[in-house]
Structure formats: structure tokens, C-alpha cells
Design a protein around this ligand. Structure first.
Ligand code: PBG
Length: 337
């Protein structure tokens, strides 16, 4: 018997060879950084649940400096979340002209122009008194989250975010028909140039814990399983994506990312031509933080392996709370592979 002619190890022997044939690569422009703006604070404050990040007053110079510092590292896109102490049954701070996200959008546009890509989370869970992503009402099964009345609120939010300067609106509430409703509202107000990044396959996940703590957005009753997807389902994600594309989505999303790499791959294979985002959520980021703090894994290498795995699975865009740190590592040529 001769030696095997195929020797996969030949291309693994040096860093140069490995880099030459690497399939998945990370670039800072593929990372989107979530940014929290709060009308409850007068100055930047560490976020409960995500303590390596801060919440910023929407009019502050610090907010602008924060974005600028991330841009200096190569991060060019941001996803804005609003925090308000004023919750009501209309979720009015979500669509008010002077709501936290709207004010932040105007502040950033005034100071940084159209260079940063600004996406706005479009949901009501942080603004509604009951903490659900849709409007509750009494139904024949008791108190439920209604679908179609919620769409009216979403339309209003979309238009207000477009008016304030969003490049992208990102509906995360998982109501049926939300993309169609938002597209229609945007078109009828003349905002044909606002993209929709649809949270198409968003799962009812316990990985959202730290985020809900940061936003105080946990539902006040029940849970989100009547609108978010069942973690047991992968094929159903294809149906959700299909519907969102028919309704006019420009970018589709799978969320969470790390625990749903199979879903990312499935969606990418079915729709290779559609930009696909994956949201590396708060609980997943917390795992990286905790594992490295406990000395279970080297922090930087762990972070790069997680993000690279999400790229390898097929994500074009990664939404990550570690965007700035990862961009810095990439810039510095950090390479654990
Ligand atoms: C709600 C929303 C959630 C996240 C973003 N928008 C979670 C939820 O369903 O409560 C989660 C983000 C994260 O955990 O990082 N519209």
C-alpha cells in the first residue's frame, strides 16, 4: 500500500497556507453593532445585562463619539434600540417624533451625515405597558397578543423612523404580515429608499435574557411563544423567509445565531442571492464573556471562532454586541486560526 495521495494536512502546515485556503473570512464591514439610546438617563450608563456596553442619552455628544469610535475601527452599521421609562398602551414613545430612537437618528445624522448605516429596531416590547411585541386584547382564549391591530402601530413606527433618518427598519415583533404592512406604509409616505431587514426566523429563545434585563422588555404576562418561532423547527424558517421576501424584505435574519447555525445554512442555501443577517444575541454574547472570565477559553480566540462560525454557516451580516472589539482584533491582524 502506498501513502495516501490526498494529504489534507499539506494545506494546514503554516499560517500562510491556512489563510490561503480559508473559506470563511470576517471583515469589520460585515458587523453590525447594536446601540442603546435611553431617554431615562442624563449621561451614558453601563447596561444592566450587557455591562460592557453603555446606554446613551439620544442627544448626547457621547453617543456620536461612540459611533465615531466604532467607525474608526471599521464598523459601519448600527442597530438602534430605544429605552424609555414611559410605557403606555399605545406604545407611543416608539413612534413619537421625539422618541428616543427618532431623536438619536436625528442627532447622528446631524453630526455624522449619511456615512454610518443606521438601522432601527421596530417593535413595541420596550414601549408598551405589557411588554409584548404586539398589542394585547381579550380574545376567545383569554388575553392574547393581537396581530392586525399591531400592524397599524408598526406602520406608524416605520414612517417615524424613516422620517428621522433610518436607512433600514428592522421589524422584530414576528407579527404575520408585518413586512407587507411596513412596506406599504413606507411607500405611501414616499420612503421607497428605506430598506427592511426582517427578523424572519426569530425564535422564542431563552438566550434573550440579558437583553431583556438591559431593556426591561420582558413580557409582563405569559411569554412570546405565540409569535416567535418554536426552537424545534428549522424548515418552518424557510416559510417565514419566503413570506417576508414576498412581502418586500430586503434583508432577512435568523436569530439567535450560534444555536441556530443549521437554520442559517438552510436559509442561505435556499436563497443565496438574498442578504442574510444573523443576530448573535445577548445570551450568546454572555456565554463568551463568562467562559473567558472563568478562564475556560481565551477571550479573543473564542470571540473570533464564534463569529467566524456564523459567517461559515452562511451569514452575510452579523449583528453582535462585540462588533467594536472584533473589528479592532481584525484590524490588528489578530488571527487565532
Ligand atoms: C424584542 C427583541 C428581543 C431582542 C431584540 N429585540 C428579544 C425578545 O424577544 O425579548 C433580543 C436581542 C438579544 O437578546 O440580544 N423585539
Amino acid at each position: 500500500m502506498g501513502y495516501p495521495r490526498a494529504r489534507p494536512r499539506r494545506l494546514r502546515l503554516t499560517r500562510g497556507l491556512r489563510d490561503l485556503v480559508a473559506e470563511a473570512r470576517l471583515h469589520p464591514s460585515q458587523l453590525m453593532l447594536p446601540v442603546f439610546v435611553s431617554e431615562a438617563v442624563g449621561e451614558p450608563r453601563p447596561l444592566r445585562g450587557l455591562p460592557w456596553l453603555r446606554e446613551y442619552p439620544p442627544v448626547s455628544g457621547e453617543l456620536v463619539e461612540y459611533l465615531q469610535s466604532a467607525m474608526d475601527l471599521g464598523v459601519r452599521s448600527f442597530l438602534l434600540f430605544g429605552i424609555t421609562p414611559t410605557r403606555d398602551p399605545e406604545a407611543s414613545r416608539a413612534w413619537a417624533r421625539d422618541g428616543p430612537v427618532q431623536v438619536a437618528l436625528r442627532t447622528i445624522r446631524r453630526e455624522l451625515g449619511w456615512e454610518p448605516v443606521l438601522a432601527a429596531d421596530l417593535c413595541i416590547c420596550g414601549y408598551h405597558s405589557e411588554g409584548h411585541c404586539g398589542l394585547p386584547r381579550e380574545g376567545r382564549r383569554g388575553r392574547i397578543v393581537d396581530n392586525d391591530s399591531t400592524l397599524e402601530v408598526y406602520r406608524r413606527i416605520a414612517v417615524s423612523q424613516a422620517e428621522a433618518g433610518a436607512d433600514i427598519v428592522a421589524p422584530s415583533g414576528m407579527m404575520d404580515g408585518q413586512v407587507a404592512a411596513i412596506r406599504d406604509a413606507l411607500e405611501s409616505e414616499g420612503y421607497w429608499d428605506v430598506a427592511i431587514m426582517a427578523y424572519s426566523a426569530k425564535y422564542a429563545s431563552v438566550f434573550y435574557g440579558p437583553f431583556r434585563e438591559a431593556m426591561d422588555s420582558a413580557p409582563r404576562w405569559g411569554d412570546r411563544r405565540s409569535y416567535q418561532m418554536d426552537p424545534r423547527n428549522a424548515l418552518e424558517a424557510l416559510r417565514e423567509v419566503e413570506l417576508d421576501l414576498e412581502e418586500g424584505a430586503d434583508i432577512v435574519m435568523v436569530k439567535p445565531a450560534l444555536a441556530y447555525l443549521d437554520v442559517i445554512r438552510l436559509v442561505k442555501e435556499r436563497h443565496p442571492e438574498v442578504p442574510l443577517a444573523a443576530y448573535n444575541v445577548s445570551g450568546e454574547a454572555a456565554l463568551v464573556e463568562l467562559a473567558s472570565r472563568e478562564g475556560l477559553a481565551p477571550r479573543e480566540a473564542l470571540l473570533m471562532e464564534v463569529l467566524t462560525a456564523i459567517r461559515r454557516a452562511g451569514a452575510d451580516i452579523i449583528i453582535t454586541y462585540h462588533a467594536a472589539e472584533a473589528a479592532k482584533l481584525i484590524r490588528e491582524g489578530f488571527n487565532p486560526f
